[in-house]
Design a protein around this ligand. Structure first.
Ligand SMILES: [Zn+2]
Length: 218
């Protein structure tokens, strides 16, 4: 069981590195399978992440498989699993997400696709990496959201699957790049609450974001 878990976490880390969201050893990925958590090990070059670079721990953080020490943000990942029904967590220092997290207090909804992440994205206050304080700030910022930014640090996304958490990280980085580019041109327009409500209503009625038979949409 853990063979598959370790391979899937390693594959997700390699993909996020390939997409430019994980650079060098910065960032970490974890996923739940059964009652175990697989998390990338500390100091691993994520573009070349192998199953041996993924450490398996219990929900309390005890290592049950793997030679390497787990990521320094292990307590953040375990805390998120304790708070939510997420089964995967991605933490990055992705370029645009991190740039916004160095400036903004939150990322407002300027594009309707952001509603897939739950709305405006909060920026968790700064605290030293790997500390319980940082984990607590991020857990609070994630309430009702699939993503959070971390002041002067990076981003966190969660998902109901590893695939979803990875897609959410890619979406957040796209939205952060969009905000940066739009801000160069002028002041981005923020969607009103009524506009956001309409998007959610429309998305629910059309199963937005999932492939459908053309017969269902007629
Ligand atoms: Zn970090």
């Amino acid at each position: 069981m853990t063979v598959v878990l370790r391979e899937q976490v390693a594959e997700a880390a390699r993909r996020l590195a390939h997409e430019g969201l994980l650079v060098g050893t910065a960032g970490n990925v974890s996923a739940v399978r059964g009652d175990l958590v697989g998390i990338t090990a500390s100091g691993v070059v994520l573009a070349g992440c192998r199953p041996d670079d993924v450490t398996v721990v219990t929900p309390a953080g005890a290592v049950v498989e793997g030679e390497l020490a787990p990521s320094s943000e292990l307590s953040l990942h375990l805390g998120v699993y304790a708070d939510t029904d997420a089964t995967a967590v991605v933490h990055t220092h992705a370029p645009y997400s991190t740039a916004l997290a160095c400036v903004l207090e939150d990322l407002p909804v300027i594009h309707y696709q952001q509603l897939l992440l739950g709305g405006a994205i909060r920026v968790a206050p700064y605290a030293t990496f790997g500390t319980p304080e940082l984990a607590a700030f991020v857990r609070e910022a994630l309430e009702g959201r699939q993503a959070a930014l971390m002041a002067s640090h990076g981003s966190v996304t969660i998902g109901s699957s590893l695939h979803a958490a990875v897609e959410n990280a890619l979406l957040l980085e796209w939205l952060a790049a969009l905000y940066q580019r739009a801000s160069v041109i002028g002041t981005p327009r923020v969607l009103t609450q009524a506009e956001q409500d309409d998007v959610i209503h429309q998305a629910l009625s059309r199963s937005y974001g999932t492939p459908q038979s053309h017969q269902e949409t007629q």
